[in-house]
Write a protein that binds this ligand. Structure first.
Ligand SMILES: C[C@H](O)[C@H](O)[C@H]1CNC2=NC(N)=NC(=O)C2=N1
Length: 97
């Protein structure tokens, strides 16, 4: 199980994750992505879904047309862990296409 990051570890991790931020009132990190249209957004979600399954670590997310809102936290640890940072990095790579 991945241990929960401390506040300073989480803040440090966020410095390397452009556009990601802490979620008010939750031990989680989040980012909103905007794509040119729905098919592009859904292709991104499909890519991330396969990566998440391979990592056995899954996002909380929602999609409205070209927008994908993603929140990451490790349920098993009750907060942000290294697994969330790794998934966020993988999500950033997927967003670059
Ligand atoms: C048994 C446990 O649910 C699994 O190991 C994985 C599945 N995906 C997961 N995803 C996230 N975000 N947190 C988890 O704790 C988690 N656990």
């Amino acid at each position: 199980m991945s241990a929960k990051l401390s506040g300073s570890e989480r803040a440090q991790a966020l410095t390397g994750l452009p556009g990601w931020s802490e979620v008010a009132g939750r031990d989680a990190i989040a980012k909103s992505f905007k794509f040119k249209d729905f098919p592009t957004a859904f292709a991104f979600m499909t890519h991330v879904a396969l990566v998440a399954e391979k990592m056995d670590h899954h996002p909380e997310w929602s999609n409205v047309w070209n927008r994908v809102d993603i929140t990451l936290s490790t349920h098993d640890s009750g907060g942000v862990s290294a697994k969330d940072v790794a998934l966020a990095q993988a999500i950033e790579r997927a967003a670059k296409g």
